[in-house]
Design a protein around this ligand. Sequence first.
Ligand code: FE2
Length: 388
Amino acid sequence: MNGKLLTLKSANLLLAGYGALDQMGVEAKTLDIKKALMVTDQGILQSGIGEKVKAVLEANDVQVDLFDSVQSDPDIACCQACIDKAKSGVYDLIVGVGGGSPMDIAAITSVMCTNEGTIQDYFGVNLLKKPGIPTFLVATTSGTGAEVTPNAILTDTEAKLKKGIVSPFILPRAAVVDPMLTLSMPSRVTSFTGMDALTHAIESFTSMNATPLTDMYAREAIRLIGRSLRTAVARGDKLDARYDMSIGSLYAGISLANAGVGAVHALAYPLGGEFNVPHGIANGMLLPYVMEFNILGDIPKFAEVAALMGENVEGLSQVEQALCAVEAVKDLVDDIDMPKTLADIDIPKEALPRLAEASIDVTRLMNNNPRTVKTEDALQIFENAYGD
Ligand SMILES: [Fe+2]
């Protein structure tokens, strides 16, 4: 629909590109920050990135304490330990450094220092009452977009579910996206976080809630990721490719935060929940098959995806271009050495009907999808992605 209201929510400040990390130090000084709690994980410490971030803050007269026990897919207990640490000191800044997990823990810690009650009280949409302590979120992968999304996810181990706190107060004071911090990312992580970012871009571009404003970010994200994901995987020290992936992932995150994602993410969630399939791998497997199904809901946009991904579409009809986009995504998954089918990762075929049922329940995302998805459609998509 034309004439949509244009709104954009994002970090208070975006610092992206070469020099972003140093600029973060300047920002800390401007805000007169005295003492920060840095929230990260063991991998980030071992890579030396933790030390770099700490040094930049210290060079700007910020004293830095460390919480370094963030797990991947962190649970409520892990987050509570970080909150306890934050409450035991007097901090005027929380700095999350890493992929989605440390950034989400930092964001929740920030708001739980100022809001009464327990983490569980705030699972849901817009339940937080007050802004938290200022946060800087420093991305070290190119995929999750957590540095610019107003939601933070935890695993509720008792309910065996992932739960989210969604609120504008989760957005950081500064999102820091410096490609130099992604150079040491292993190629496997580059592959699956990159596919997550591409999925954010394509799903938000074709979302029911896309606007011309989010489209600007989504288009550029698809172009940058389409052009550079292969190179970033094949040769992780190529700066130009890392730069494109960092900026592409950031733009995809901005588009996702404002337009939402759809059926790929809805189908990926139960795969992650029941079989612990990493989010980016699930997305990469499902994306081409969901796109194929969705084409009829928005032929012009899916046609445009092909050209944005660098395909030669001269002389093709719009439907042919849209189908070309599906093939382009399949080729990309092939080239970056990801598992391609549900069979490849040993998902039992009997599980597909129950996965399809569970995905339909993710109505928050299904409502954004450009084509209505019924349970039998979801099952067909899972069967197509199953391979044999
Ligand atoms: Fe995602």
